[in-house]
Every structure is written in C-alpha cells, then in structure tokens.
Design a protein around this ligand. Structure first.
Ligand code: CO
Length: 134
C-alpha cells in the first residue's frame, strides 16, 4: 500500500542553524523557510535526489513539536512520511486493522498542499508515521 518515502522530518530548535548544516556542511539544496501557522511549525525542505528532509521548528505557543524538543533538546527524527495513492482508502484499511489515526481522523492539507494524516507511533514501531496522498 505505501509507496515512496516522501520525507523524513527532523525537529530542531533553530531552523537557520539546522539549514546551514545541510546547506553548508552537507552541501545539499535547501528551500526557503516557510511558516505553516495551521500546523504550528516553520519548515525548510532539503531536496535530495531520492527524497526530502523536512526541518521543523516550533511556531507559536501550541506547537505540536514543542514537547518533542523538550525531550530532545538537540533535535531528532520526528516522523517519516510515505506516499499513498488514495489517503481515504489507506486510512480505512489501517483503521480496520486497528491502527490509530491522530486528531479527528480526517486528512488535513499538509506542507505540500496535499492531504496528509498521522498514525499513532505506538502502532508503528515507535515512529510517528505520516501518509501523504501522492
Ligand atoms: Co511531514
């Protein structure tokens, strides 16, 4: 059911410093920073030949990544994102198999303008897992 790895997200407390690591030290192509107030994060995408890295920095008071950064002050891998052909078909199959979808269970429009949803990390090997409609 899942297809390509769309991105790996890394939560950071200083997105400018994190971007510089990828751009200057690792020599990667990086996007401009974008604020995503609906999601409580600012993002920078690192474009690699076969996938992307999504840098996430908290935005606003109720950022969903604030707690993660309290536990991981130097940053860390926050989630992985896989592409699916039809997000509602994928969701319904996973829910039927007992997986938990975070939030109200309905897809939201993600950072790329496509529907996404998040699956409970306890159901997926301790890893927060995002699905994005390809
Ligand atoms: Co993501």
């Amino acid at each position: 059911m899942i297809g390509r790895l769309n991105h790996v997200a890394i939560a950071v407390s200083d997105i400018e410093a994190a971007t510089a690591v990828y751009r200057d030290t690792l020599g990667a192509e990086v996007s401009a920073k974008e604020e995503q107030p609906d999601h409580g994060v600012s993002t920078v995408f690192i474009n690699l030949p076969n996938t992307k890295i999504e840098l996430l920095e908290p935005l606003g008071d109720n950022s969903p990544i604030a707690k993660f950064l309290e536990k991981n002050p130097s940053g860390g891998i926050h989630h992985v994102c896989y592409e699916v052909d039809d997000i509602l078909v994928a969701r319904d199959k996973l829910v039927a198999d007992g997986a938990r979808v975070l939030g109200d269970g309905e897809p939201k429009i993600g950072a790329h303008g496509k529907p996404v949803l998040f699956l409970h990390p306890k159901d997926f090997l301790g890893t927060l897992t995002e699905l994005e409609e390809a």
